[in-house]
Design a protein around this ligand. Structure first.
Ligand SMILES: C[S@@+](CC[C@H](N)C(=O)[O-])C[C@H]1O[C@@H](n2cnc3c(N)ncnc32)[C@H](O)[C@@H]1O
Length: 226
């Protein structure tokens, strides 16, 4: 999986805009805003890519920690942290088993990272979220999804599975990476099936629909008083 993202890295920004119908930035804004980030807190961006969400994190937080296992994405993060002039703790690690201490994070955000995780990796992720979050700490995870309404679903699925690989081939010379994107999104479907895993890990979780279900989110908090 890491190899897929290292390979996709150079064209990721373009693909992301195209695969989300240009909605990716709106959905990142939504993902960050749902986390209800407070001043002077520690924010962890899981599966951070090249740091696409950072610009939406309020300037008055105490610390941003970024986790991504792709070397390529981490290199991009270093460039971006200089560009946005923010000091970011960049860690090249697996999001399901980080080196962060227990109960050390106030808010966790993650945009577009869920679809490539297996069921067991998502279980590990929920346990990791529970471990690193402080009591009362919030999380917000969002992913591109397939709408339930067939009028939107069928053209969107065609677009993801057939049109995007073609665009990938024509514009970027790579068809396989983009075929994988459609495959993962189709298999992922939406965030509904993940709710029990979050609950099992002891997290209070809420489901969110964005633009007729073209993206869905899971957000909530770790039980307990802050
Ligand atoms: C689709 S990109 C999303 C990037 C970014 N969050 C955004 O808003 O565009 C998914 C990222 O998750 C990373 N990733 C996937 N699985 C991971 C894992 N288990 N641990 C750490 N990073 C992971 C990939 O390397 C990739 O950079």
């Amino acid at each position: 999986m890491k190899e897929l993202f290292d390979r996709m890295g150079p064209t990721y920004a373009t693909t992301n805009v195209v695969s989300s119908f240009g909605f990716s930035e709106f959905w990142r804004v939504a993902c960050v805003s749902i986390a209800n980030i407070k001043p002077d807190t520690v924010v962890c961006d899981l599966m951070a890519g090249s740091g696409e969400c950072w610009r939406y994190i309020p300037k008055d937080v105490a610390e941003i920690i970024s986790i991504d296992f792709s070397d390529f994405m981490n290199e991009r993060q270093v460039e971006r942290s200089k560009k946005v002039n923010r000091s970011i703790d960049i860690r090249c690690e697996n999001a399901t088993a980080t080196s962060l201490p227990d109960a050390s994070v106030d808010h966790v955000i993650s945009a577009f990272g869920l679809k490539t995780l297996s069921q067991s990796a998502i279980s590990d992720l929920t346990r990791e979220l529970h471990r690193i979050l402080k009591p009362g700490g919030t999380f917000s995870l969002l992913e591109i999804s397939l709408p339930k309404n067939p009028v939107i679903r069928l053209p969107y699925q065609w677009y993801l599975c057939s049109a995007i690989p073609l665009i990938g081939k024509l514009m970027l010379g790579d068809i396989e990476c983009y075929r994988m994107l459609g495959k993962y999104t189709t298999e992922f479907e939406n965030c509904t099936a993940l709710i029990p895993l979050f609950e099992k890990a002891g997290l209070e979780v809420e489901y969110g629909n964005h633009f007729f279900g073209c993206a869905t989110s899971l957000s909530g908090h770790k039980k307990g008083e802050p």
